[in-house]
Each structure stands twice: as structure tokens, then as C-alpha cells.
Design a protein around this ligand. Structure first.
Ligand code: CNA
Length: 254
């Protein structure tokens, strides 16, 4: 690790330990090292293959549910269902245990913070652990939906009323989830918001950093919040968090 990066991570550790409450906002970039492609990384992001605003929208689900599931379900199951938390998710769960962070707001639907054991978690775009019927609202597990799809039932149908089941994720065109409004509230008066792996281009989540007094950013590419941030680290989150754990340990064990 270069001297400059080492100095930046040490500065981040101090910011986090000295500013409370501290929350974390994560995006697809934190999960790329778990093998899940993000949307906008140059050359690799999903956006270069299809427009998510089109294929992952309420409109496409209503217009052509069969096509919606053909495109999304295998991707969700193969990419996300089998992925495991990486060092960044694990260190964040540890930082919560140590009382250094108060919770995580994530745009991700991959359940990796949940699997890593984070307790205070606001999944503002929902998650893929479950779904519900569009007609009678009856709930279903993701595994059940996927099994039906693999057995040729496309779209997967509700066992109670025969309506189409949809996953509990926020699709383009959906209203925001309740947890988004909760996140807005908890960030008001937040001393430090650490932002990890998000291009901050998806609204309204991209307004959230404005609520915090200070912000620090760990992201491979630049964002529109870089200029106003207290610290910007342009590096892979895995490398940063491995070192961050060591730096925080030094500070809290003093
Ligand atoms: P995005 O717009 O694709 O931005 C990701 C950002 O992360 C980019 O700026 C990258 O430079 C950066 N990045 C990529 N890899 C790393 C890394 N290893 N370390 C640090 N930074 C990295 O994704 P956003 O989260 O900003 O966009 C929000 C969308 C993406 C939400 O609606 C999500 O539901 C949706 N999404 C989620 C997942 C997931 O759940 N894992 C995957 C793909 C898309």
C-alpha cells in the first residue's frame, strides 16, 4: 500500500472514531469484489449491456412480465443469490459491533450486509430475499419464485390467487420504500456519513449526503460530492477496509 493511501486510511479511521453518530451509505461498488457487477463502472457495468431503467422497471414488469423475469431472475439468482460478503461488508459489520458506526444505508439489493451480520440496516431499494403478489399481496420467498420460474412457470404465480408475484425490490418507477424515509430522518444531524461504492447518480438517494454534517467517500471513480467532502479515497473498497480495520483497532485499543 502506497504512503498516500496509508495516510488517507489513517485519516478516515480518525474521522470515524472522532465523529458520532457516524452512518455509512453503500452502493453497488462495494459488492463488485464479491463478483456482482455494478451499473456504471466503465467497461464492466451492467448499464453497458442493457438499460436498467428499462429492464428493471415497473413498466416492463406490467407490460411484459415474462420478458422481465427472463432477463432479471437468472441474473439475480446467479449473481446475487450465490455471492458472499467481502472484506468491506465484514469490516463494516465489525465497526458496528465496536460502536464506531451506528448503521448502514444501502442501495444494494444483494443482502450482503445482511449476510455479513449488520444489525442496523436500511435497504432503501429493498432486497431479493422475498416477493409478494401484485394482486392479493401474499408474500413469497425468492427461492420459491425462482423454483417456479425454473420449472417453467413464467411469470411465477401466487399460490393463493394466481396473480403475478414480484420481488420486494424498488424498481425504476416504484415509490420509494419506507426505509428510505427512515434513512432521511436518521441522517439529519448525523455528524459523519461514509459513502462507499456509489456513483451517487440515482435519486433520491443521491440527495442523502446533503443531510450529514461531514462526508467521506471511498469510490474508484469521482462523484459530484467529491469537492465538498472532508476526505475522498479513490481506491477499491476491499483494500481500504482491510487497512481501516487495523487503523481503527489501534485507535480504540489505545
Ligand atoms: P453505480 O452507479 O453502478 O456506481 C458504482 C460505483 O462504485 C462506481 O462509481 C464505481 O466506480 C464504484 N466501484 C466499483 N467497484 C468498486 C470497488 N471495488 N471499490 C470502490 N468503488 C467501486 O451503482 P450505485 O449503487 O451508485 O447505483 C444505485 C443502483 C445500483 C441501485 O438502484 C442498486 O439497486 C443498483 N445495483 C445494485 C447492485 C447490488 O445490489 N449489488 C448491483 C448492481 C446495481
Amino acid at each position: 500500500m502506497g504512503e498516500n493511501l496509508q495516510r488517507q486510511v489513517s485519516e478516515l479511521a480518525k474521522l470515524m472514531v472522532n465523529n458520532s453518530p457516524c452512518y455509512v451509505l453503500t452502493g453497488a461498488g462495494i459488492s463488485t469484489e464479491s463478483g456482482i457487477p455494478d451499473y456504471r463502472s466503465k467497461g464492466k457495468g451492467l448499464w453497458e449491456k442493457a438499460d436498467p431503467a428499462e429492464v428493471a422497471s415497473v413498466d416492463s414488469l406490467r407490460r411484459d412480465p415474462k420478458k422481465f423475469y427472463e432477463f432479471n431472475l437468472p441474473r439475480w439468482n446467479d449473481n446475487m443469490g450465490k455471492a458472499q460478503p467481502n472484506v468491506a461488508h465484514n469490516v463494516l459489520a465489525w465497526l458496528e459491533e465496536q460502536g464506531v458506526i451506528n448503521g448502514i444505508i444501502t442501495q444494494n439489493v444483494d443482502s450482503l450486509h445482511y449476510k455479513a451480520g449488520t444489525k442496523k440496516l436500511w435497504e432503501v431499494h429493498g432486497h431479493l430475499r422475498s416477493g409478494h403478489c401484485l394482486k392479493c399481496k401474499d408474500s413469497s420467498t425468492f427461492d420459491k419464485m425462482y423454483k417456479k420460474f425454473m420449472e417453467g412457470e413464467n411469470p411465477p404465480l401466487c399460490e393463493s390467487c394466481g396473480g403475478t408475484i414480484r420481488p420486494d425490490v424498488v424498481l425504476f418507477g416504484d415509490a420509494m420504500s419506507e426505509s428510505f424515509f427512515d434513512a432521511e430522518k436518521i441522517l439529519t444531524g448525523c455528524e459523519l456519513l461514509l459513502i462507499v461504492g456509489t456513483s451517487l447518480q440515482v435519486y433520491p438517494v443521491a440527495f442523502l449526503p446533503e443531510k450529514a454534517n461531514k462526508i467521506a467517500i471511498v469510490n474508484l471513480e469521482g462523484t459530484t460530492y467529491d469537492d465538498g467532502a472532508d476526505l475522498v479515497i479513490k481506491e477499491k473498497s476491499g483494500i481500504v477496509f482491510e487497512e481501516l480495520q487495523r487503523e481503527v483497532e489501534k485507535l480504540i485499543n489505545r
